[in-house]
Write a protein that binds this ligand. Structure first.
Ligand code: ATP
Length: 724
């Protein structure tokens, strides 16, 4: 019997912010003063680094002393396990199908890597988290089966690399309608123990880009994201349900300033790119903090790869912990207060958590197939290109032709970047306009409500609240319009660069012979294909999924509009030959009157036009949009009611791409039964997507070292399993 899924309800969670102060290092002990005071486990005071200030200065507010409060503050004597005690409840949700993100934020040398990775004697949050996951699976009493997989990536100079690949190419981000941002082609390795993840972590860390800077002898130059996915398969009365929890553990690169580190050349460029990503992250934190206070401010996630990757953790479906790391040294005062300022803003951030319940294949699968076909074509073109280059390979003496080809490579790379930038800008503009569309809708509702209150001369405090809310929305609209015109200008610049590149290519075609022409042609075709592929993704996300969700929402509201209760809906579904998952079923079948038939799909009333019994007049607290679905508590109530979804309408790349489910060693982690998870799959297609890019975990175990003390990436530690 086909089944319908009722999605889990959402909960709003506040981003947890913890501050961890490291001890002074040996060098610092000789030259620096300790200026951090941790008064209790929630308050941190940064003393004025200038010792000449006295009590009077403090009283008269002439001091640079700063005081902050956070969810948790850890003094230099605290271990990573102390920090973890307050993080572990967030981690345990992952085994129940919830997403979690833990990231360390702070200036270079402040202790981010130490906190996330740790040492043998003081294991970091990454290590403690995956140990918890396996302990919970072991202890689980249910008959559910579990599958854990792990991926590890780094963002270096705005390029994504797979840390679990020996020589990773550049990976691209994709937007998946169900799972948000995903990294195409990133390897996800099935794991059966915490030790195995530790091995992979060490392998990845050995490949991570680190440099000696003046501020930190072993500074991480990249942002690293370790992602652990737990799939929990539940066997229910009405078939199988898969809960998919995802844990992202992020160690950011340091945010030193170029002038402070005396870096040059490549190091300086690293610094600029690291700062670009961190600046983008800081801007997102700012906007999200503002959003919570002021409503729909635009959040510029698109400004860097890092912020796109962290999008879910910052505002989407994730319980998130930010650990702000600080140094106690007086010469770090500026960095410390800067970090604490952003951490303070981050306290305002809200996320919306819900369980990820597995869905089956879909109409959108057709789009996935198209993208897959395009990808095949792209790789075919790459091969052709390589062959052509080989045929036309220049002899070492032909210096001119050689440099011409490298010039063309630069040109083609620039063309690719230009296309990518254009797509990003257009998407950002699109999102910004959507945000303002919703702001304008809310403004309309507010105007109506204000007019109603004025006519009826109702409670003046409500009127005041409505009016001030109106002002906030007007400010947001103005800010977003300004940001939009910025994006439009960028698009114009991008367009003029595109024309320049086009002219250069045309000139090259007319001036040079057959060889150059062929080269350009194949490069150009290649870029054209990549572009088309991205356009299809956009269409998929922006149109198809949106339309389907709107239709489903309308359907659910129609059901409620007809006054059917849950039991009646279940019965009706059963009549249609459908079962309902994720919705408590009636214990017995009560007699119900024949339910009214559905209105025809065409001419569906909008979901907004069905007032629920809980309908309330407009109130300021109800003005908040949640993902653009509602403006009033009436609509919020309607949306938060479980939605009926036909399975074929929901999709994901995870579910439809990737290699065979039977790859790997086939072992499953089962808490109750020894039966292998996918040993007798009922629906092979359903299974295939569970292993995107997965390969046999044992193939990784090629080089083993043993023993050792420290698994931070900086050290040549014997824990590391592999070195580049
Ligand atoms: N809690 C701690 N106890 C002892 N030493 C620490 C602690 N935290 C950090 N350190 C030491 O401080 C130094 C810098 O730490 P770490 O490399 O973790 O900084 P980072 O913030 O990751 O720097 P970067 O951003 O440059 O990579 C290291 O020598 C580390 O061992």
């Amino acid at each position: 019997m086909p089944s319908i899924r009722a999605p889990a309800s959402k909960q709003t969670a506040t981003l947890q912010v913890a501050v961890k102060c490291r001890p002074l290092t040996d060098t610092e002990q000789r030259r620096s003063r300790h200026i951090i005071q941790v008064n209790d486990d929630k308050t941190v005071v940064v003393l004025d680094p200038d010792l000449s200030k006295d009590y009077l200065d403090l009283r008269q507010n002439r001091t640079k002393e700063r005081r902050y409060t956070f969810d948790h503050v850890y003094a230099p004597g605290c271990s990573n396990s102390d920090v973890y005690k307050n993080v572990s409840s967030t981690i345990s949700g992952v085994v129940q199908g919830l997403n979690a993100t833990v990231f360390a934020y702070g200036s270079t040398g402040s202790g981010k890597t130490y906190t996330m990775v740790g040492t043998h004697s003081d294991p970091g949050l990454m290590v403690l988290s995956f140990r918890t996951i396996f302990e919970l699976i072991k202890k689980d009493q249910s008959p559910d089966t579990f599958e854990v997989s792990c991926s590890y990536l780094e963002v270096y100079n705005e390029v994504i690399y797979d840390l679990l690949e020996r020589s990773s190419g550049h990976l691209e981000l994709r937007e998946d309608p169900e799972h948000g941002i995903i990294v195409a082609g990133l390897r996800s390795i099935k794991v059966h123990s915490a030790d195995r993840i530790l091995e992979l972590l060490n392998i990845g860390n050995s490949r991570r880009k680190t440099e000696s800077t003046e501020a930190n002898a072993t500074s991480s130059r990249s942002h690293a994201v370790l992602e652990i996915t737990v799939k929990r398969k539940q066997k229910g009365q009405y078939g199988n349900q898969v809960l998919r929890g995802k844990l992202a553990l992020v160690d950011l690169a340091g945010s030193e300033r170029a002038s402070e580190t005396n870096n040059f050349g490549q190091k300086l460029r690293d610094g600029a790119n690291i700062n670009r990503s961190l600046l983008a992250l800081a801007n997102c934190i700012n906007a999200l903090g503002k959003q919570n206070k002021k409503g729909l401010a635009y959040v510029p996630y698109r400004n860097s790869k890092l912020t796109r990757i962290l999008k879910d953790g910052l505002s989407g479906n994730s319980r998130t912990v930010m650990v702000a790391t600080i140094s106690p040294a007086d010469d770090q005062y500026h960095h410390t207060t800067n970090t604490l300022k952003y951490a303070d803003r981050a306290k305002e951030i809200k996320t919306h958590v819900h369980k990820n319940i597995g869905t089956l294949d879909t109409h959108v699968e057709d789009y996935q197939r198209m993208i897959d076909n395009l990808q095949v074509e792209v790789s075919q073109l790459k091969k052709e290109l390589a062959e052509k280059e080989h045929q036309l390979s220049v002899k070492p003496t032909e210096k001119a032709a050689d440099s011409e080809l490298s010039w063309l490579n630069v040109l083609s790379q620039e063309t690719g970047e230009n296309v990518q930038e254009r797509i990003n800008l257009q998407k950002a503009l699109f999102e910004l306009e959507e945000t303002n569309k919703r702001n304008r809708m809310e403004l309309q509702h507010l105007d109506d409500a204000i007019a109603r209150h004025q006519v009826k001369e109702m409670d003046s405090t409500v009127l005041q609240a409505l009016t001030s809310r109106r002002q906030v929305i007007l400010d947001n609209i103005r800010d977003n319009d300004e940001a939009g015109s910025g994006y439009r200008k960028d698009i114009e610049m991008n367009e003029s660069r595109r024309r320049q590149l086009q002219d250069m290519i045309e000139e090259a075609v007319s001036n040079n012979g057959n060889r150059t022409y062929l080269h350009i042609l194949s490069q150009y075709r290649l870029l054209g294909m990549t572009n088309a592929e991205l356009q299809i993704e956009m269409a998929m996300r922006d149109q198809v999924i949106h339309n389907q969700r709107e239709a489903l929402r309308s359907l659910w509201n129609i059901l409620y509009g007809t006054g059917l209760n849950q039991k009646q809906i279940l019965k009706l579904a059963a009549k249609q030959g459908l079962t309902v998952e994720g919705c408590p079923l009636p214990s017995s079948s009560p007699d119900v009157t024949t339910p009214p038939s559905f209105p025809p799909h065409r001419g569906l009333p909008q979901f907004m036009s069905f007032p629920s019994p809980q309908s309330e007049p407009y109130s300021p607290s109800a003005c908040f949009f949640q993902h653009g679905f509602s403006t009033t508590s009436l609509l919020k109530n309607q949306y938060e009611t479980p939605t009926i979804c036909r399975q074929e309408h929901l999709s994901s790349y995870y579910m439809t791409s990737g290699c065979s489910p039977y790859s790997g060693d086939g072992k499953q982690l089962s808490s109750g039964r020894s039966m292998p998870f996918f040993s007798t799959p009922e629906k092979p297609r359903e299974m295939s997507g569970f292993f995107p890019g997965t390969e046999n975990a044992h193939s990784q175990r090629s080089k083993e070292h043993s023993g050792g003390q420290d698994f931070s990436p900086h050290r040549k530690d014997p824990w590391s399993m592999e070195r580049k």
